[in-house]
Design a binder for this molecule. Structure first.
Ligand code: NAD
Length: 229
């Protein structure tokens, strides 16, 4: 069975109604990243950051997986699939994908500010200030903020190394180290980049660019792979 890695960014969830931030002038839902998605922001105004993620969580819970998320889950009928996502939403899970690496964390979980290994499911959309872990410290969103280490990188690199086929979807490839992942790909069964704004990468001559929206391109691509001999 061939190994397929699907590497996704905010663009795949855009058609589920969740905004990307490069498409809105570098702002994320009208906020500057520095004010809501960094450890410094949390240290200077934790209530604002908590509130920002509460609102994002509310939107995520109301959103539904789209046909691109659903098609990716169908790939498991024929391939050994790993989804590596930069997204903090849980739409790949809800679409039925079973092996997902959340490089930048997931918004439906909380983590301790004292001990990052203490992670909890959040019931509903609100994580209040004052909610604490079992050791008594404040809970924060389980998100990897800009400037923080990305603990899942090693695992993601390993999966890309083992991949025969890699599909990159809906990412501006501007956020590092995540954007460096594609350069670890050595497979020989295809490398695809699906994004209306995708551009060729000089170092990757075998990259197939598909300048379409995720829901326009993915279901057809998946269908053709499922029907391959
Ligand atoms: P980005 O905002 O930098 O880039 C989004 C990309 O999606 C763009 O290249 C754009 O052309 C493309 N796009 C827009 N609509 C599309 C569609 N319908 N189909 C396919 N592609 C489409 O996003 P990024 O590269 O993922 O990096 C941003 C960071 O922001 C991530 O680390 C992520 O954690 C965070 N973020 C997450 C979410 C989410 O979880 N849904 C939403 C916004 C931001």
């Amino acid at each position: 069975m061939k190994n397929v890695v699907v590497f996704t960014g905010a663009g795949i969830s855009a058609e589920s109604g969740l905004k990307t931030f490069r498409d809105s002038d570098g702002l994320w839902e009208n906020y500057r990243i520095e004010d809501v998605a960094t450890p410094e922001a949390w240290n200077s105004n934790p209530a604002l950051v908590q509130d920002f993620y509460n609102m994002r969580r509310k939107q995520v819970l109301a959103a539904q997986p789209n046909s691109a998320h659903l098609a990716i889950a169908q790939l498991e009928k024929k391939f050994n699939v790993t989804v590596i996502t930069q997204n903090v939403d849980d739409l790949h899970e809800r679409a039925g994908s079973s092996s997902i690496i959340h490089l930048h964390g997931v918004i439906t979980k909380a983590r301790s500010t004292l001990d990052p290994s203490l992670i909890y499911d959040i019931e509903g959309w609100q994580l209040p200030m004052g909610a604490t872990c079992e050791k008594g410290s404040q809970l924060r969103p389980c998100i990897v903020w800009f400037g923080e280490p990305v603990p899942k990188m090693e695992e993601a690199i390993e999966k890309i190394h083992q991949a025969d086929r890699l599909v990159i979807i809906g990412t501006s490839l501007q956020v590092y180290p995540a954007a460096s992942l594609l350069y670890y790909f050595t497979g020989n069964a295809g490398l695809y980049y699906i994004d209306p704004k995708a551009e060729p990468k000089g170092q990757l001559p075998n990259l197939t660019i598909i300048n379409q929206k995720a829901t326009e391109a993915i279901p057809g691509l998946v269908n053709s792979w499922l029907n391959e001999n």
